[in-house]
Design a protein around this ligand. Structure first.
Ligand SMILES: *Cc1c(COP(=O)(O)O)cnc(C)c1O
Length: 483
């Protein structure tokens, strides 16, 4: 039997067994698992939304728990025989509530997008549906007359959502027109300030007072600074909005006590959504935290917008929350921020433009247009040189969302590998060297005379970068227990 992993360690034995069981049915899928490990081991992962979960988290997902249906919530299920899933979900929920200091944690959403959909429906349920039923003097929507039902449907769809726009770092699930959130609500966006590229709370306040949104939404996928949630709370209160925060990207920094006081979303928001797989370093999944008053509405996720939860992933979430409750996770979260700041400083020292002049969190944005490049070219050239990161539209980007002028880099994954400031300085140097040796090809059909996607990377520079990346990754091996 093929044993690709170290048979001397528990982790290696586990992966060998897993590999053999998969290979028996599909050699193709089995070899993809190995290929993915090799892929992840051969590139520096600077993708801001990714991380490396622990092997305990991974093990919890690969069990018979996947076979169980458990629609409903703990001790209130539409299925029989859910005793064990009840315990698992309750454990994950209590751990998450403890970790974040939340009144209630709902751990069923399959992803961050799911968590947002769940939160939107819960907010509509609590703020529109329940008051409407009360006004009509009935207990359930089934008791509404056809006319009343029509009126309720119109009310449910005319709620206003005010969220950060995509170019300023917002997410597609925050009201983008081709996302269901853009169809559920009347959406308005706030942007970062044109000069500082920072959130301008006074401008948001003015806009919110004018729009009077049902939901004021804070949170981002690509904003390099912390948000003052106390100020967002004050704005929400002034216009009687529900304050919702999507901390998908920075949940690990909240759990790790980097964002405290005014910067702790759980303290100030009515409803907080998250992924569990980005800085939080758990399984791929979602999470909704809320104040007690929203609990019943959040628990209506099934039937509002979901069916059965994934018991095996809730089990893995419980393990990830336990890990995040440790002192070493607090240290990890603080090191992420130190590493990102240091990476930003190092890049700026070498003449690179970092948007907002730095970072407070796990990510930074680089403007590559002063180097004569597009984000797309920079992303591809760096990928060739074994550095993995995403191109990203910058605020007011002239190059649009496809080519872009930016790169988004994050250090959560590299910090998991144990890298520190010294390695960040080295990585900055590798990045700059690759970008300086990348030239867009001529293209007479483009306005600038330069291609926005085709380029030439100097072969020596590439070779050099690959060798340096390898040296770093040999020193900081991913999952060394696997051999
Ligand atoms: C990543 C992200 C999501 C979506 O998470 P998925 O698990 O990919 O669905 C939602 N909101 C924000 C702000 C994100 O960054």
């Amino acid at each position: 039997m093929n044993k690709p992993f170290n048979p001397e360690t528990l982790e290696g034995q586990y992966y060998n067994a897993l590999y053999a069981l998969i290979e028996k049915k599909s050699p193709k899928i089995a070899s993809s698992v190995i290929d993915e490990l090799n892929n992840q081991r051969s590139s520096l992962k600077l993708i801001a939304s990714e991380n490396y979960s622990s092997l305990s988290v991974q093990a919890a997902m690969g069990t018979l728990l996947t076979d169980k249906y458990a629609e409903g919530f703990p001790y209130h299920r539409f299925y029989a025989g859910c005793e064990n899933v009840d315990l698992i979900e309750e454990e994950a929920s209590l751990k998450a509530a403890k970790l974040f200091g939340a009144d209630y944690a709902f751990v069923q959403p399959h992803s961050g997008s799911d968590a947002n959909l769940c939160a939107y429906h819960a907010i509509l349920h609590k703020t529109v549906e329940l008051p409407f039923l009360e006004k009509c003097g009935v207990k359930s929507i089934d008791a509404l007359s056809p006319e009343q039902w029509k009126e309720l449907r119109i009310k449910l769809q005319s709620g206003r959502l005010l969220a950060l726009d995509y170019y300023s770092g917002g997410h597609l699930t925050h009201g983008y027109k081709h996302n269901v959130s853009g169809k559920m609500f009347e959406v308005s966006f706030y942007s970062v300030d044109k000069n500082t590229m920072l959130l301008d709370y006074e401008a948001i306040r003015k806009q919110a007072l004018e729009i009077k949104p049902l939901i004021l939404l804070a949170g981002y996928s690509a904003y390099p600074r912390k948000i003052n949630f106390r100020k967002m709370r004050e704005i929400a209160d002034e216009c009687s909005a529900v304050l919702m925060v999507d901390m998908a990207h920075f949940a690990g920094l909240v759990a790790g006590k980097v964002f405290e006081g005014d910067y702790d979303p759980v303290k100030w928001a009515d409803v907080v959504t998250s992924t569990t797989h980005k800085t939080l370093r758990g399984p791929r999944g979602g999470l909704v935290l809320c104040k007690e008053s929203f609990k019943d509405s959040v628990n209506k996720a099934c039937p509002l917008m979901m069916g059965g939860p994934l018991a095996q992933v809730m089990a893995a979430k419980a393990i990830a929350f336990e890990e995040a409750l440790s002192d070493s996770f607090v240290e990890y979260a603080h090191q992420i921020v130190k590493n990102t700041s240091f990476l930003a400083e190092s890049l700026m020292k070498e003449g690179v433009t970092v948007v907002t002049g730095g970072t407070d969190n796990h990510l930074l944005l680089v403007d590559v247009s002063p180097m004569g490049l597009t984000g797309r070219i920079a992303e591809s050239a760096l990928r060739e040189a074994h550095l993995m990161m995403n191109r990203n539209a910058l605020p007011f980007d002239k190059n649009g969302p496809w080519y872009t002028s930016g790169l988004r880099m994050g250090t959560a994954a590299l910090t998991t590998l144990g890298m520190k400031e010294k390695e960040m300085a080295e990585i900055a140097h590798i990045i700059v060297n690759v970008l300086e040796n990348t030239k867009p090809n001529n293209d007479s059909s483009s306005a600038s005379g330069k291609s926005r996607s085709k380029y030439t990377l100097d072969p020596k520079a590439k070779e050099n970068a690959i060798a340096k990346v390898k040296e770093l990754l040999d020193k900081f091996k991913l999952y060394p227990e696997l051999g």
